[in-house]
Design a protein around this ligand. Structure first.
Ligand code: SF4
Length: 320
């Protein structure tokens, strides 16, 4: 049987997964909403991938996880690689675009910028605090305008005169949007203005002080929005490259990292039968009161983290 590798990227909004072969070719892919339940999302993702995957021809021998729930997911899937999003996105992107110098990434609730030289990450920044430069912001503003977020991009392209929208933070942007609607700005101009506001906010926050050089690759869920792509191109005066799999590049990157690991272990797709549970426990041994996350598989503790020192470590008993 041929070898394959699974990469899973679990974020707060969406959960992504790919299975690749030894040449990094994607054999199966899935993208779904996390819906506040990373364990449930990973189970659904694995079922979806199993349906697409030729299990008679290939076997998965390596698993990598990334994203905000990477540790939890890594424990559940028995991953041999658990990596942060910066590394995963950089590896995924450079595998397709070896010359890339700048990666813009805008997801549902966070955004990042990665600066690359000769295929190596030399600088990066992440924004997890202000929503004004993220997909969640665009979705909420679309609703306010009575639109689906998918309608945003094509509508923005119809504008010749994007409305200026204060982009400093979500609250300012929202009140400014309402004001511009009341004084009669056209809907396409407001939508184009919002796309530009997301870009300006992004460049003034995560992009602040960064040496943005071409080629630029834009990824994450918001990279599907043609209005935001155009706004990036207008503001930076550079070509913006968006891969057809721009939403999967973190998962691809961590699958490649799993492939590069020497250790191999056959992966069992049948995780739906297994009961996983997480519990938070507060360590009271000092004033830090660390919240320790414990993961139980069929009632047995299989992993824990969150303790800032060894005094708070929770011992895992061997299953008999
Ligand atoms: S884990 Fe260590 S640092 Fe955290 S509360 Fe317990 S004793 Fe304090």
């Amino acid at each position: 049987m041929k070898k394959a590798y699974l990469g899973v990227d679990v974020g707060s909004i969406s959960t992504k997964g790919v299975i690749i072969d030894k040449n990094n070719k994607i054999l199966a892919e899935a993208y779904l909403w996390t819906e506040g339940n990373p364990i449930g999302a990973v189970k659904r993702l694995i079922s979806e991938l199993a349906n697409q995957f030729e299990q008679k021809k290939y076997k998965v021998v390596g698993v990598g996880t990334t994203g905000s729930a990477r540790k939890l997911t890594g424990t559940i899937l028995g991953a041999n690689v658990v990596k942060n999003e910066i590394t995963a996105h950089a590896i995924g992107t450079t595998s397709l675009y070896p010359e890339v110098r700048t990666i813009f990434e805008i997801g549902g609730q966070d955004s990042k910028i990665i600066i690359i030289e000769d295929g190596i990450v030399v600088d990066y920044a992440m924004n997890t605090l202000c929503a004004a430069g993220t997909g969640a912001f665009l979705t909420s503003q679309a609703r306010r305008l009575g639109l689906e977020v998918e309608e945003f991009g094509p509508l923005a392209l119809q504008s010749n005169n994007p409305t200026n929208i204060a982009a400093r933070c979500t609250v300012f942007a929202e009140s400014d949007l309402v004001h511009k609607m009341q004084i009669g700005h056209r809907r396409e101009d407001i939508v184009a203005g919002l796309c530009k506001a997301v870009v300006t906010n992004y460049l003034n926050n995560v992009g602040k002080g960064k040496k943005i050089k071409s080629p630029i690759v834009f990824q994450g869920g918001v990279s599907k929005n043609i209005g935001v792509i155009k706004a990036f191109s207008d503001v930076t005066k550079e070509e913006i490259i968006v891969d057809p799999n721009s939403h999967l590049l973190g998962a691809l990157g961590v699958a490649i990292l799993a492939k590069n690991k020497k250790s191999e272990k056959d992966f069992d797709f049948d995780i739906n039968e297994i009961e996983f549970e997480t519990r938070g426990v507060e360590c009271k041994k000092c004033a830090n009161n660390c919240e320790i996350i414990c993961v139980f598989k069929d009632g047995y503790l299989i992993d824990s983290w969150g303790n800032r020192c060894e005094n708070g470590a929770i011992k895992i008993k061997e299953q008999s």
